[in-house]
Design a protein around this ligand. Structure first.
Ligand SMILES: *[C@@H]1O[C@H](CO)[C@@H](O)[C@H](O)[C@H]1NC(C)=O
Ligand SMILES: *[C@@H]1O[C@H](CO)[C@@H](O)[C@H](O)[C@H]1NC(C)=O
Ligand SMILES: *[C@@H]1O[C@H](CO)[C@@H](O)[C@H](O)[C@H]1NC(C)=O
Ligand SMILES: *[C@@H]1O[C@H](CO)[C@@H](O)[C@H](O)[C@H]1NC(C)=O
Ligand SMILES: *[C@@H]1O[C@H](CO)[C@@H](O)[C@H](O)[C@H]1NC(C)=O
Ligand SMILES: *[C@@H]1O[C@H](CO)[C@@H](O)[C@H](O)[C@H]1NC(C)=O
Length: 472
């Protein structure tokens, strides 16, 4: 599960706050960090079965409050109807089973493969426009049933959709999704009902001797796709790979939406954007990194995320053995609270640099794909034989066996490279792969994990810069 802020929601909320200059912090409240650095491994979630590229693309739109392209909306609608149909069918099957019927379906697994059978999804969609309409669901279920989609079971795969890192909170270890596109540290906890928390590791504040409730404080993150997280807030000692912050605000979910519930391996999110995006009321709280950084040798963390491999986040130092050549540092524009920089040109392969339509972008580990203005995506895929802007898939697709050119793209005035091999993302049909580079209709482009696979990235909140270099 990715964090999916609706930027509009968030900005409205953020504007309600006055931002004080950071107060000086007592040095002794952050332990063991002087002149040291701390690493935490970031592993691919082996149990994540929800891979679904168009959905990842849709989530990114929702996260930033951007209107998706019509083809994407249509595609997602078809998926949802097919998924609802499968759910409906599973209900029918359950009834059948009770009656001694022999059908057997795994609704969850089948729903996550709904996208794979676009033909069926379309057939189901033909007779239905709303997945919430019972009549439609029944009709869709019948259509899907006759096509046999419900029997398709998704095999869990190790892919690059979601990454988790272990975090120790008051002596309890949870797997959190590190997200440089948001600023709340929230966890699944024992206040949640069994129904909302099954399969997750829950934080139990009553078992932590260092936990202290922040009386009257609450948080509420509203996601554009309708999913939400809300709860109350406390402080506790948070330890990430040895970097320890006492009195770190830890937000305890009392309500989470279904999409988080379903993703059983993620026990919460750890936001690494600027504290001005934190949603705690009535007093906004600082991120783990903000609390930590004044006492780090260097107020920096790095993201070393790789294709199909374990990655590392390191706090406090930039490990020169992790990259080749020089690291390029560019200015970060903190106005909106993101790791944002200017980005006004690009080049495809060895082609000449050209101006792009958008002029700002952010570095976001919490978004799977790399989302650029339509002119860049179009120019890029025009150089790939067999690439299509597919209405059916809801985005750009390429033949999986195509050799893609590298993309050069402006990051704060310097060109960064995204390798063509990192842009082939997910096989959605025979030799048809969803592209890792997709279009977003916004002035703010989002450089997600596809960008990070090609670049070792440093986030410095001491001089508000972003550094990037080629992985060693
Ligand atoms: C559900 O959809 C059917 C067919 O499109 C329509 O006739 C019916 O009025 C809808 N019901 C509701 C409650 O929207
Ligand atoms: C994945 O599932 C297996 C089996 O249920 C479990 O042992 C393992 O801890 C899970 N991994 C994560 C990261 O949740
Ligand atoms: C961390 O941030 C909170 C505010 O969210 C503050 O009360 C606390 O003192 C900070 N801890 C450190 C060690 O800076
Ligand atoms: C990912 O890594 C595993 C094991 O390290 C390997 O078997 C698999 O082929 C790799 N997948 C891709 C797409 O590179
Ligand atoms: C900084 O970001 C804001 C908000 O996106 C934008 O309006 C402004 O032009 C940016 N400043 C620079 C110098 O790019
Ligand atoms: C910012 O800090 C990094 C070290 O983290 C340093 O290498 C870089 O030169 C600094 N950039 C500026 C513009 O001060």
């Amino acid at each position: 599960m990715r964090s999916m802020f609706s930027l509009l929601c968030l900005l409205g909320f953020v504007l309600g706050f006055a931002f004080a200059a950071p107060a000086p912090r007592p040095a002794n409240t952050v332990e063991n960090v002087e002149k040291r650095s701390f690493k935490v491994e970031r592993f691919r979630n082996p149990n994540f079965t929800g891979r679904n590229s168009p959905k990842q693309l849709m989530k990114a739109h929702y996260k930033y409050g951007i209107t998706p392209r019509a083809a994407l909306v249509e595609h997602i609608k078809r998926q949802e109807i097919a998924a609802a149909a499968i759910q409906a069918r599973a209900v029918v099957d359950t009834k059948n089973r009770r009656k001694g019927g022999k059908h057997h379906h795994n609704a969850g697994a089948a729903a996550s493969t709904a996208a794979a059978s676009t033909k069926t999804a379309t057939a189901a969609a033909a007779g239905a426009t709303s997945a919430t309409n019972a009549t439609n669901i029944a009709a869709a279920a019948a259509a899907v049933s006759s096509d046999g989609v419900g029997s398709v079971i998704n095999t869990p795969t190790s892919d690059d959709v979601e990454y988790l890192s272990p975090v120790d909170i008051g002596g309890q270890t949870l797997n959190l999704d590190f997200d440089t596109g948001s600023s709340d540290l929230w966890v699944f906890d024992t206040q949640l009902s069994a129904k909302s928390s099954t399969g997750h590791t829950l934080f139990d504040s009553s078992k932590s001797s260092t936990f202290s409730a922040l009386k009257g404080a609450s948080f509420f993150v509203s996601y554009g796709d309708g999913s939400q997280v809300a709860g109350n807030v406390g402080t506790d000692t948070v330890n990430i790979g040895g970097a320890t912050v006492t009195k770190q605000a830890v937000e305890l979910a009392t309500a989470v939406s279904q999409s988080f519930v379903n993703d059983a391996s993620t026990d919460g999110l750890l936001g690494l954007a600027f504290s001005k995006l934190n949603t705690v009321q009535p007093t906004q709280q600082k991120t783990f990194f903000d609390n930590l950084s004044a006492n780090l040798a260097d107020p920096v963390f790095t993201a070393d995320l790789r294709h199909n491999a374990t990655g590392t986040y390191e706090f406090g130092a930039i490990d020169a053995t992790k990259f080749t050549g020089d690291m390029t540092f560019v200015d970060v524009n903190t106005t909106q609270g993101f790791w944002q920089f200017s980005s006004s040109s690009f080049a495809v392969g060895t082609g000449a640099a050209q101006a792009g339509a958008a002029n700002q972008a952010i570095a976001d580990t919490g978004t799977t794909l790399m989302l650029v203005s339509n002119d860049i995506a179009t120019a890029y895929y025009s150089q790939v034989d067999g690439a299509q802007d597919s209405q059916q898939a809801g985005g750009f697709t390429v033949p999986c066996d195509a050799t893609l050119p590298d993309l050069q793209i402006d990051v704060g005035g310097s060109m960064a490279t995204v390798k063509g091999s990192d842009i082939v993302f997910e096989e959605i049909a025979a030799n048809t792969c969803f592209g890792g580079l997709q279009a977003i209709d916004s002035d703010l482009m989002i450089f997600g994990d596809i960008f990070f696979k090609s670049n070792f990235v440093a986030f410095n909140n001491g001089n508000n810069t972003l550094g990037f270099a080629t992985h060693a």
